[in-house]
Design a binder for this molecule. Structure first.
Ligand code: 5GP
Length: 283
């Protein structure tokens, strides 16, 4: 596969290269491009064409709005692949997304969108902040899926907000919100089935959306990523957690959880975990 930068991506070559050289290459490739934004788990660079960005997945992990920091080895590589896989499957059923294609182990090409400052959380099973806030036993299946909105603002700790706040403060118009809810419900239906097919319960997850402008027309598209960083994924039989809660709650075997999700989806790099620290940018 030849990327717009002229970079070649071939999995076989990736695993054949020594990590040292790769890290050096990666440093120069990253230094050459203009960095636009650095978040807790990802970096955004200017893309090769107008209207595109390169999304780089880091191994850095944070919890509690940055109160806990750490590294999950290979997380960036796995999340890049898992998100590519899920966004591609969603595209196939007509969900518009910002994803264009994966460029290499840690980077994907995406469309530049105007991010709507909301986190849309869907819950199928009680867990996390819902269980804590309402005193509900974790693991209890909800009578129906619940959608919640959080205002994306680190200083305020991403507070939960109502539709009234969203439209009153102009974060999104009523029509935008309707589109987001409709897309979220379809994503939830599809992903619930997809994960169940590989023995995983989709407990809850967080989505982000953006406005994509094309010829004066605006449409809402799915943005950010879908990965074990922002989904709760439990083994359907044992209830074992395979997501970022292993890091948040110091449960151990964090890397293994992410790898298991990739393995069940059939997208774990062929050489297994050894591939995780492999080359990152091919020139
Ligand atoms: P909770 O509100 O229970 O903490 O999180 C609900 C779901 O949304 C979980 O799957 C969690 O991973 C995801 N989520 C909520 N807020 C964030 C966030 O700020 N970052 C990430 N990565 N995921 C989040």
């Amino acid at each position: 596969m030849v990327t717009p930068e002229g970079a070649c991506y071939t999995p076989a070559r990736e695993s054949a290269r020594p990590p040292g050289r790769a890290a050096t290459r990666n440093f120069f490739a990253m230094a050459r491009r203009r960095q636009l934004y650095e978040g807790k788990a990802k970096i955004l660079f200017e893309g090769p064409e107008p209207g595109t960005l390169v999304q780089y997945f880091k191994d850095d992990a944070t919890a509690g709005n940055g109160a806990k920091k750490g590294t999950i080895t290979g997380k960036g590589v796995l999340n890049n692949r898992i998100s590519e896989y899920l966004m591609t499957r969603l595209h196939e059923i007509g969900i518009p997304t910002h994803f264009i294609r994966r460029l290499n182990m840690r980077e994907q090409l995406i469309r530049e969108v105007e991010i709507i400052p909301l986190e849309v959380v869907v819950r199928n099973v009680a867990a996390g902040s819902l269980a804590t806030r309402l005193g509900i036993t974790e693991g209890q299946r909800l009578p129906r899926s619940i959608i919640e909105y959080y205002y994306k603002n680190d200083q305020l700790n991403d507070p939960m907000v109502a539709e009234e706040h969203i439209t009153c403060f102009g974060w999104a118009a009523t029509q935008d919100l309707d589109d987001m809810v409709a897309l979220t419900l379809r994503v939830n239906d599809f992903l619930t089935g997809l994960f169940l097919g590989v023995g995983i319960t989709l407990v809850d997850f967080k989505l982000e959306f953006g406005r994509l402008w094309e010829n004066e027309e605006m449409r809402i598209v799915l943005a950010d990523e879908i990965s074990p960083d922002n989904c709760r994924l439990w083994d359907a039989k044992t209830g074992e957690k395979m997501d970022k809660d292993r890091f948040r709650r110091d449960l151990g075997k964090v890397e293994e959880g992410y790898q298991e999700v990739a393995r069940r989806l059939g997208i774990l790099p062929e050489a297994g975990p050894r591939d995780m620290s492999g080359p990152e940018v091919m020139q």
